[in-house]
Design a protein around this ligand. Sequence first.
Ligand SMILES: Cc1cc2nc3c(=O)[nH]c(=O)nc-3n(C[C@H](O)[C@H](O)[C@H](O)COP(=O)(O)OP(=O)(O)OC[C@H]3O[C@@H](n4cnc5c(N)ncnc54)[C@H](O)[C@@H]3O)c2cc1C
Length: 449
Amino acid sequence: MSTAPPHVLIIGAGTGGLCLAHGLRRAGITVAVYERHRDRAEGLLGYRVGIGPTGSRALRDCLPPELFATFLATCARPPHYFNVVTEGLRQTASFELRPTTDPVRTEHSVARMAMCQVLLTGLDDVVHFDKTFTRYAQRDDGTVTAHFADGTSATGDLLVAADGTHSAVRRQYLPHAVTKDAGTINIATRIPLTAHTRDLVPERIRQGISLIFGVGGVMGVLHVLEFNWDAGRAIKPGVSDAAAALLRDWPGLAHDTSTDNINLIIWSAARRFPADIMRRRGEDLLRVALGLTSNWHPNLRELLARADPASALPIKVSTSEPVPPWKSSTVTLLGDAIHTMTPGRGVGANTALRDARLLCEQVTRATTGDKTLLQAVADYEAAMAPYGFARVADSLNRSGTSGEDRMYRPVVGRLALLGARGYFGVTSRVPRLRRRFVDDFHTYEGDQD
Ligand SMILES: Cc1cc2nc3c(=O)[nH]c(=O)nc-3n(C[C@H](O)[C@H](O)[C@H](O)COP(=O)(O)OP(=O)(O)OC[C@H]3O[C@@H](n4cnc5c(N)ncnc54)[C@H](O)[C@@H]3O)c2cc1C
């Protein structure tokens, strides 16, 4: 059995693709990553991503140890509470989360931009920007060639689609795979954290993650992100010497524009938004957000009014349908490219990272003579598809991320809202239920299948 290490082509320098690139490089396998964005800053948004144990384990195993430590130093202050509040900022439930020093078995608050800058670190020689993948060709000699919009091409032994929800690789490889609109739209905003905006947020909300269940079918989530550096990129007092040293040596800090902010995302059924919502930006989009939240507490509305217009972004929420098993080959897929899910359980990035770790392990085994590359791909896909689509299903039924949710129906919606608030209220007051909820929050890894 040939043990010559394969050359792996990865389409997409996002969460999963970059994690995979690090893991393969550490295993001595050559990789090349092709990204459509023109440079390392384009397309990176400041919204918060929660990285739980599944994602952290993958990052720990794939990244060089010092880079994993840098990742930890770039995380925002961890949340102390999970809160459920009404549109009037009345607390329905508040769960105290368990403090831990374990870098893996916890929930990290990360700015998507900071995480991508960490993942790009050390990969300058393998990431190629301004390369939009258009199609591939599988050759008789077992290689695969990727073609790009600029007329260039690249050939390798394995092509990995890590190109996200609208994957061009998936469209060619699995044209029957269905990715569809979940029927909800988000407006994501960032509000600079100042003395004034900080005072608008009650202490328990400032220290936690807060889900807003609004009467009238508009939902929200609010996180205060406070980093280890200030707006001038100086390390804040109180940061440990080790973390400060890592950050000072980290070239990514010069590229990362994340600063302390309040992430406020609102969402509702798509029919509640103007038809041209996906084309709106800036103040125009913030006006839509303010229009939908007219019954919200004045402090929340003041936050929306103070959001950075450049940060306002409409997001059409997508989901996918399970794909029946396919014949494995020299093309495979990971993350949103195969199992796009709604943000309902907050595990899309975690699952993309899990895929990257698993694929890396399998491809590495192919280089030790343990199995062929095709068998490694087949074993990866046989494990990935069931857990990936299980997470798609878990996510769709959570937090009103499906437009079909009863919450959005005219009369039933009010009852569904009261039911959801009642569930959180009771769960937070009954010690046994409360413990189970907090356990689940800390340990939901999607790894038990
Ligand atoms: C508002 C919001 C909040 C979220 N919160 C969470 C959370 O708390 N926890 C969590 O786990 N997940 C969360 N997610 C989901 C998470 O962001 C995604 O699931 C995750 O980024 C998917 O990673 P990926 O590597 O599959 O794709 P991506 O990170 O999307 O990367 C795909 C890359 O491919 C590139 N690309 C696309 N097409 C081409 C092409 N033709 N040629 C070359 N390159 C191409 C793109 O530019 C991009 O860089 C959230 C998502 C949203 C929208």
